[in-house]
Each structure stands twice: as structure tokens, then as C-alpha cells.
Write a protein that binds this ligand. Structure first.
Ligand code: CMC
Length: 378
């Protein structure tokens, strides 16, 4: 039997999917055939939830049905809220999400959980909203609060986090962010979740596996790291010297730049840029960061033109979140709140249509057989 070795599983296909199409050369991203730009401009996160889980965009009554299911499931066990509030204030937001989903995995008996249950998938998204909102609220010393239904999911979430109302532009920007982060085929987090899902583990535990992979700086945490670069640079006139020092001389990676699949501008980054520019106009500090980011983008593209490295989705998303009032420590958790939909949609698709235990091989490169020597002879 001949085995092929692909470091980092690069270019290895692990499943068929009808969820997300990426053309990394031309910068195209579609969910179930719809261009991401159209979904952001003309639909809502709830419509995308229906699209990903049921295959088509909903009609009015189907949309009402999905909203009703989402709104019915915002509640979480009280022990979970107590757990979030019992952690030290400095706890990592994605770590808290992992603990929360681990807790849900223990509270709900897996026998009850069907790996392809769409209602369960919807309730997971609702619970992710309440958990995420309370991560912020606990860390900021605010009282716990279950998400309260408003006009749409984005508004319900924002209102619960900050207990204030937001303009239509702000709610639309949050909704856009939720849509943009939903799915991206099989990146590390989705693959990690799929590995767990292929063992027919329960959906909550599979979300924990996916979260563990999302947490890393090469994946979900890049938005925080990208934004921290803007904070470190601090003013537009220091961008060039910072780039020279940190990236060229220091040989560091420019965070929020480069992608395994896109060899052109990430289409999500274009939309994030649009919304971050729009929102940052009303927030002077965010506007400074936006100008720094634009200049850094220009220099980065010029320097990396031979390697085809461009801004990815995480380059501008932090400015959008910051403009809405979120602290940097929340950025990856906000990514997760959206991506949980992509994860569960992939788990369902895989288990329902093409299930096979994911079990790759490794090539042994260690020593030949060695004679064992007891401890007192070594
Ligand atoms: N800054 C500087 N050089 C880079 C960067 C970057 N951001 N990304 C790639 N390169 C260089 C890399 O050094 C290598 O150069 P050389 O061939 O001279 O050794 C070449 O480009 C190819 O890099 P690679 O690491 O083999 O490419 P990859 O497909 O494994 O990288 C990546 C993908 C996302 C890990 C990488 O671009 C990266 O580290 N970017 C920064 C972190 C980041 O923004 N991550 C978010 C990814 S998108 C959202 C998400 O998935 O969460």
C-alpha cells in the first residue's frame, strides 16, 4: 500500500462539501452558492443560519421559525453562568468558551444528543451568544444577563453585552461580522472539530475541539494580534519604521496577512475594511487605528508582492469590533460566536452524508528496535 505524506495536511481533501466554495486565486467566497458580498448586503445572520443548516435561504415563515428557535434557546444552565463568574478576571475569553462548552458536554447526556440534530445546532448558536456576552460582562464586573431577543440576533447580542442601544449602521456591522466569519471550508478549527465528530462524539464536545484549534495565533487569535500591532505602532507616521524594524529586520510575521488558500485579497477583508472605516469615523481612537492599518496594508502588499500575501479576514475585523466597544480580548471569542455555525454545519454534513472515522497515519522515524535496560542499569 502506498501512503502519501503531506506536511500540515496541505492540499489533502478530507471531505466533500456543499457549504462553502473558495476560489483563492480570484478572491471569491460563497456559502451554498451565494457570494459573501450578497449575503452581507441583502441578508442577515439568521438567514445564513438557515441557509447553512437547511441548504436554502429561508422564506418569511422559515425565517420566523429559525428566529423563534434561536430566541427560545438563549438560556443556559445557572451553573455555567456561575462558572464564568468564578474564574479570575484575567482568564482567556476563548478558554472560558472551551470550559463552557465542556460543561455543556458534561451536563447534557450524549445519548440525548444526536450528531445531526439541527435544532441542537441552533440552540448551540444561541447558547454561544449568552456565553460570549457573559464572558465580557464577568470580566468587566457587570451582572450576568441572558441574551434578550430584539429585532435580530446581532442586536440582541450587542444589547445584552453592553446594555445600550446601537445605531442601524452598528447593528448591520455586527451582523456583517457574524456572516463573514461563519465558514471557511476546513481550516484547522473545523478540521479539529470534524476529527472529534467523526468518532460520533456529541456536538458540544466537537465544538470544544474546534475552539482549541481556533485559539492559536496562526488561526483565530490573529485578529487580536493584528490589532495589537496597530496599538503598538500608535501613530500613522510610525508605520514605515515599525514595519522595517519588526517585520523586515525582526523577521516577524505581519499578523492579519497571508492565507493558506487566498493568494489574493481575501474578499472578507474588503468588507471588514469597508465597515471598519465606516464605524471608526465616529470613534477618534478607532479612526487612528484604521489609518494605521490602511498604511500598513499598503506597505505590506508592496513588500510581499512576490509571495502573494495580502490582508486576510483578521486584518480589519478588530477595528470593527473595537469601534463597537469590544476590548481586544474579546475578538477571538466573537470570531468563535459566528464560526460555531460553520462548525456544526460541517459536523452535520459529514456525519449525515459521508461519515468515516478520521484516522490518518504517521511515518515512524524513531530509533530501530532497542534492548530494554532496567532503571538501575541506565
Ligand atoms: N508575514 C510575513 N511573511 C509571511 C506571512 C506573514 N503574515 N504569511 C506567510 N509569510 C511567508 C512565509 O514566511 C513564507 O515565506 P518563505 O517561503 O520565504 O519561507 C511564505 O510566506 C509562505 O508561508 P507559509 O507559512 O508556508 O504559508 P501558510 O500557507 O502556511 O500560511 C498563514 C498561512 C495564515 C499561517 C500565514 O500566512 C501566517 O502566519 N499569517 C499570519 C497569521 C494570520 O494572519 N493568521 C490568520 C489566517 S486567516 C484567518 C484564520 O484562519 O483564522
Amino acid at each position: 500500500m502506498s501512503l502519501t505524506f503531506s506536511r500540515g495536511l496541505e492540499d489533502v481533501i478530507i471531505k466533500e462539501t456543499s457549504l462553502t466554495y473558495i476560489d483563492g486565486v480570484n478572491g471569491i467566497l460563497r456559502y451554498r452558492g451565494y457570494n459573501i458580498e450578497d449575503l452581507v448586503n441583502y441578508s442577515s445572520f439568521e438567514e445564513v443560519i438557515y441557509l447553512m443548516l437547511y441548504g436554502n435561504l429561508p422564506n418569511k415563515s422559515q425565517l420566523e421559525e429559525v428566529r423563534e428557535k434561536l430566541y427560545r434557546n438563549f438560556d443556559v444552565p445557572k451553573e455555567l453562568i456561575s462558572m464564568i463568574y468564578s474564574l479570575p478576571k484575567g482568564s482567556n475569553a476563548v478558554g472560558i468558551l472551551e470550559s463552557a462548552f465542556g460543561m455543556l458536554a458534561s451536563i447534557y447526556d450524549p445519548k440525548w444528543d444526536k450528531s445531526t440534530d439541527r435544532d441542537l445546532a441552533i440552540s448551540i448558536i444561541s447558547k454561544a451568544a449568552t456565553i460570549t456576552a457573559n464572558i465580557y460582562r464577568a470580566k468587566e464586573g457587570l451582572k450576568p444577563k441572558i441574551v434578550e431577543p430584539k429585532k435580530n440576533f446581532a442586536e440582541s447580542f450587542l444589547n445584552t453585552v453592553f446594555e445600550k442601544s446601537f445605531s442601524n449602521d452598528e447593528v448591520k456591522a455586527m451582523d456583517a461580522a457574524l456572516i463573514l466569519y461563519v465558514d471557511h471550508e476546513v481550516p484547522a478549527s473545523t478540521t479539529a472539530g470534524l476529527v472529534a465528530s467523526s468518532t460520533l462524539s456529541d456536538m458540544y464536545s466537537c465544538v470544544v475541539a474546534a475552539l482549541a484549534a481556533l485559539k492559536g495565533p496562526l488561526h483565530g487569535r490573529a485578529a487580536e494580534d493584528a490589532f495589537n500591532q496597530f496599538v503598538e505602532i500608535n501613530s500613522e507616521d510610525k508605520v514605515e519604521s515599525w514595519f522595517e524594524e519588526k517585520i523586515i529586520k525582526g523577521k516577524n510575521r505581519l499578523m492579519g496577512f497571508g492565507h493558506r488558500v487566498y493568494k489574493t485579497y481575501d474578499p472578507r477583508a474588503k468588507i471588514f475594511k469597508y465597515y471598519s472605516e465606516k464605524l471608526s469615523k465616529n470613534n477618534s481612537q478607532a479612526n487612528i487605528y484604521y489609518k494605521i492599518a490602511s498604511k500598513l496594508e499598503e506597505i505590506g502588499i508592496k513588500n510581499f508582492s512576490d509571495k502573494k500575501i495580502y490582508p486576510n479576514t483578521d486584518f480589519y475585523s478588530g477595528i470593527l469590533f473595537y469601534s463597537l466597544g469590544f476590548p481586544i480580548y474579546m475578538f477571538t471569542a466573537l470570531f468563535a460566536l459566528s464560526r460555531v455555525l460553520g462548525w456544526v454545519a460541517h459536523f452535520i454534513e459529514y456525519v449525515e452524508e459521508q461519515h468515516r472515522l478520521i484516522r490518518p497515519r504517521a511515518i515512524y522515524v524513531g530509533p530501530e528496535k532497542r534492548d530494554f535496560r532496567p532503571l538501575n542499569e541506565r
